[in-house]
Every structure is written in structure tokens, then in C-alpha cells.
Design a protein around this ligand. Structure first.
Ligand SMILES: NC(=O)c1ccc[n+]([C@@H]2O[C@H](COP(=O)([O-])OP(=O)(O)OC[C@H]3O[C@@H](n4cnc5c(N)ncnc54)[C@H](O)[C@@H]3O)[C@@H](O)[C@H]2O)c1
Length: 257
């Protein structure tokens, strides 16, 4: 987005994550970014985040809701706290940021909101019921908010990634740090560390589930978010864009020839 001229507020609950991304942007000749630390599931923090963007840059054209946190585990083992936290970060946070961004965008005559949902919001997954419920909810929240605000010039869409090779997926497949603060395990404990061979097998299986034969890269999602936020997507609103290397195009039956 910054390469296309956007001035950016990078928001994360983790100060180091926010600072690192803002510093990377500012290191580029045309980069203009600030880091803002907020728990996006908290109403006051979210209001402050939107105020900070407008105070710093004078307007708000794009909102990208991308944070996630989740508790993984079988339904019978999930804690109510983990369930509530998963829904708070994946659904309530996009609602709050949208609620406070909309009046500003409507006053300006328009804007674009992109929510990172997931193909997990379109299907079920083992051990992921809270997350998948949250991602399904954000897709349908997006549709309703999109139709409500279309006549005010605000477009709102979702991107639904397949498995993307980020720290979260590295952690869940044993290829990165097992301790990822925003992924908790039902009943306590850590994401199990996997032996190198086992981890390789899990990652290969995950990659091969995508007909394209590999995991996605973060930039492939960023490109879609950029498109949906841009004027080139001027007739697109209320959509859930699947970016999954063909994963959900497949019935699941094996190749017969
Ligand atoms: N990685 C995948 O395979 C995949 C697939 C489908 C969808 N997604 C979605 O893509 C988005 C980005 O995922 P990712 O894999 O890049 O994750 P990530 O590794 O970038 O981590 C998520 C970030 O959210 C931050 N965060 C957590 N709770 C927060 C809170 N309360 N307030 C503010 N920030 C908070 C974390 O500190 C972390 O930096 C998420 O919405 C995720 O659900 C990811």
C-alpha cells in the first residue's frame, strides 16, 4: 500500500511487531508510517486508533482489519474465555473499527474497508471451531455493512486466504516458534513442537492440499487487499474474495487419472 502512495498507521497489540513494520515502511524513500499499539478488541483503544489516523494524516481512506487471535482444540475442550477472545479479535474488532471509521469515511464522501476473513469462514476444520465461527461471522458482517453503506461511497469486502506461510502457520506446523502469543491451546499448554521430519511432512501435506502445490505468501494476500482497497475495484462491494491456490475449488476427491 505504501508503494502505491498510502500513508499508513500500523496497529498491533505487540509493540515490536507494529514498530518493525512501520520502520520497514519508513526506511523506503516514499514511506510514511506510524506505529500504534492497541488491543483492537477494546472499544476505547479502537476509537483512539481511528483518532490517531485522522490526527496524523488528516483523513481515513482505507481500513484493513487483519489481526487475529485464536484458541485451538476440540469443542469439548475449548474454554469460554478462549472462545470469547477468538470472537472478540476476529469479529468484534472489525465491527468496532468499522463503526468508528464509517462516519469519517461517509463525511469524506467515501472509503474502502477490507477485512481479512479466511476460507476457514466458508468450511469447517478440525480443532478450529471458534476461529471458523469467527471468520464466517466476519464474512456476513461484511456483506451486511457493505450493503448498508454502498450508497455513501464506502465499499467493504473480505479476502479469504488459504494457508499462508506466516509465523502463525509456521508455529502450527512446527516450523517456527511453538510459542505464539495469540494462538492458545484448549486446556492450556503449548502448540506441540514437532520433530523436523514430522514438521516437513505436515507442511508438505498442507501445501499439497492446495491444487497449486504450495502454501501462499503474505504478499499474495496483500496484493488482493490492495486491489480491493483501490479505485480499480470500484464496483466491488460485499464480496468475499477467495485467494487459496484452488483449495476450496476442489471437492476433496483424489485424482482418478
Ligand atoms: N496465515 C494463514 O494461513 C491465514 C489463513 C487465512 C486467514 N488468515 C488471516 O490473515 C490475518 C493475518 O494472519 P497472519 O497469519 O499473518 O497472522 P500474524 O502472524 O500476522 O499475526 C496476527 C497479528 O495480530 C496481532 N494481534 C493479535 N491480537 C491482537 C489484538 N487484540 N489487537 C491487535 N493486534 C493483535 C498479533 O500480535 C500479530 O501481529 C488474520 O486475520 C488471519 O486470521 C491467515
Amino acid at each position: 500500500m505504501h508503494e502505491e502512495g498510502a500513508k499508513i498507521v500500523v496497529v498491533d497489540i505487540n509493540r515490536d511487531n507494529a514498530l518493525k513494520v512501520a520502520e520497514n515502511i519508513n526506511a523506503k524513500a516514499s514511506g510514511s508510517a506510524t506505529a500504534f499499539v492497541a488491543d483492537v478488541a477494546d472499544e476505547e483503544a479502537t476509537k483512539a486508533m481511528i483518532d490517531h489516523a485522522v490526527d496524523t494524516f488528516g483523513r481515513l481512506d482505507i481500513l484493513h482489519n487483519n489481526a487475529t487471535a485464536l484458541e485451538v482444540g476440540a469443542v469439548k475442550d475449548l474454554s469460554l474465555e478462549g472462545w470469547n477472545k477468538t470472537l472478540a479479535v476476529n469479529v468484534t474488532a472489525p465491527f468496532l473499527a468499522t463503526k468508528y471509521a464509517l462516519p469519517i469515511m461517509i463525511d469524506q464522501g467515501g472509503g474502502a474497508i477490507v477485512n481479512t476473513a479466511s476460507i476457514s469462514g466458508t468450511r469447517g476444520d478440525y480443532g478450529m471451531s471458534a476461529y471458523n465461527a469467527g471468520k464466517a461471522a466476519v464474512i456476513n458482517f461484511t456483506r451486511s455493512a457493505a450493503i448498508e453503506n454502498a450508497r455513501f461511497g464506502v465499499r467493504m469486502n473480505c479476502v479469504c486466504p488459504g494457508a499462508i506461510d506466516t509465523p502463525a502457520i509456521k508455529g502450527l506446523t512446527g516450523a517456527g516458534s511453538a510459542s505464539i502469543g495469540y494462538v492458545s491451546v484448549a486446556g492450556g499448554g503449548e502448540i506441540p513442537a514437532l520433530e523436523a521430519d514430522h514438521s516437513r511432512q505436515v507442511r508438505e501435506k498442507m501445501a499439497n492440499a492446495h491444487p497449486i502445490g504450495r502454501l501462499g505468501q503474505a504478499v499474495e494476500i496483500a496484493n488482493t487487499v490492495l486491489f480491493l482497497a483501490s479505485d480499480e475495484a470500484s464496483f466491488i462491494t460485499g464480496a468475499a474474495y477467495i485467494v487459496d491456490g484452488g483449495l476450496t475449488a476442489h471437492t476433496g476427491l483424489p485424482a482418478m487419472m
